[in-house]
Design a protein around this ligand. Structure first.
Ligand SMILES: Cc1ncc(COP(=O)(O)O)c(C=O)c1O
Length: 399
């Protein structure tokens, strides 16, 4: 639904805002929030794994010691120290002066886009990519140069090279190196190296969205930022490893960019969210995060294995799917005869199961017969119940 239609009588919207549509994901949220639905749709962490008690204690500590925690305040230096330690666990050596605190990865990408992208400029990204990033680009109306993604090795880096060789100079290249959303692939080591070489050779920065990077189930690879301090702008978040409602994340950039970023952020939300930053900081002071991340890797790994097993046991042979090393999703390719919108409707109505049709992530609105399934939010029991139900619709109606 166009969001402008209800406003037209009162206000003349900016050109790009007139074309705004409710995202497929927002529509899904409404459709799948009905009681009784088993949802494999949204990429939410599991509520039962949030360290609510520890966060409650951290909040109480923060507020009992200092009512000033409720005041406007600059970014919390001690949290930057914690982030620096966390980045070391990710194989990245950075300085506190290079860390910029944000209200989550989404804001990190939004601020970097405002910093780097001219209206009508260009960016390179994959054709199937996190829709939240596409929304970030909307106001700039950029020329989005897309490349494909290999199911085993990730982004087509040769195609990136072709663009650059033929003269394209995008404001940045967007990469989800680990735990790709929606494709769940990770970029191979050799492609990581090559992509960073290209960024350096052509002086084009890479915005690396590492929202899922701490949740790898197999041996983690160091992110692109470990290969280049100058040309990789790293975006991190506590949303998936602690809790998204805290709205705390960070960016790692060359230090000369921290000041302009702080000016842009100030114009956006003053200094959101200082209280959350203090709560996360107090939680991190207790030293519990490494064990929390280990627990999440084990538990989400279990859910991933349960989903892969359920798919193997129930889905028809003509379907194929990825085995995610990292992140929250399984990407399933169905035969081209399957109409995934129809499958979505039937699955919701007949079997009360939800997923996201793959084309919701297509930059060029390309139709496809793929679907994205989330395994982090449903319990193993719900996965074991939901996948056979989805398979039933698939076999009964559409095969
Ligand atoms: C790839 C990717 N990047 C960024 C985000 C946004 O994360 P945050 O809650 O930190 O803003 C998400 C959320 O699902 C995501 O999937």
């Amino acid at each position: 639904m166009r969001v402008s239609s209800s406003l037209q009588a009162t206000a003349e919207l900016a050109g790009w805002a007139q074309r705004l549509e409710q995202s497929a994901l927002q529509q899904m949220l409404v459709a799948t929030a009905r009681p009784g639905i088993i949802s494999f749709a949204l990429g939410m962490p599991a509520v039962e794994f949030f360290p609510a008690e520890s966060l409650a204690e951290a909040t109480a500590r923060v507020l009992s010691v200092n009512a000033g925690a409720l005041q406007y305040s600059p970014p919390l230096q001690s949290l930057k120290q914690h982030v620096r330690e966390l980045m070391k666990r990710r194989g990245v050596d950075c300085r506190e002066e290079q860390i910029f605190l944000t209200a989550g990865a989404q804001q990190g990408m939004s601020l970097l886009s405002r910093l780097l992208l001219e209206p009508g400029g260009s960016v390179i990204t994959e054709e199937l990519i996190y829709s939240g990033f596409q929304q970030v680009l909307d106001p700039f109306q950029p020329n989005v140069l897309t490349v494909s993604t290999d199911a085993e090795t990730g982004m087509d880096v040769e195609a990136v090279e072709q663009y650059l060789k033929s003269g394209a100079r995008p404001s940045f290249i967007y990469s989800i190196t680990d735990g790709h959303n929606p494709l769940s692939v990770r970029l191979s080591s050799s492609k990581r190296k090559r992509l960073v070489e290209l960024a350096e050779q052509y002086s084009v920065p890479i915005v690396e969205d590492d929202a899922y990077g701490f949740l790898c189930y197999e041996d983690p690879l160091p992110p692109l930022r470990a290969l280049s301090e100058r040309w990789v702008f790293y975006v991190g978040s506590f949303s998936k490893i602690l809790a998204p409602a805290l709205r705390v994340g960070w960016i790692v950039v060359p230090e000369e960019l921290v000041l302009p970023l702080s000016v842009i952020k100030e114009s956006t939300d003053i200094d959101a969210a200082p209280l959350s930053q203090r709560i996360v900081n107090a939680y991190l002071d207790t030293g519990q995060l490494p064990a929390q991340i280990e627990m999440l890797r084990t538990q989400y790994g279990l859910r991933r294995d349960t989903m892969l097993r359920a798919l193997a046991e129930n889905f028809p042979d003509a379907a194929s799917w990825t085995k995610p090393d990292c992140g929250f999703f399984v990407w399933v390719e169905l035969p081209s005869t399957v109409d995934v919108d129809e499958l979505f409707r039937r699955a919701l109505e007949d079997e009360h199961v939800a997923f996201i049709p793959g084309h919701a992530f297509s930059v060029n609105k390309k139709r496809s017969s793929s679907i994205r399934l989330n395994f982090s939010h449903p319990t193993t029991a719900r996965i074991e119940e939901g996948i056979p139900r989805l398979a039933r619709v698939l076999k009964a109606k559409l095969w």
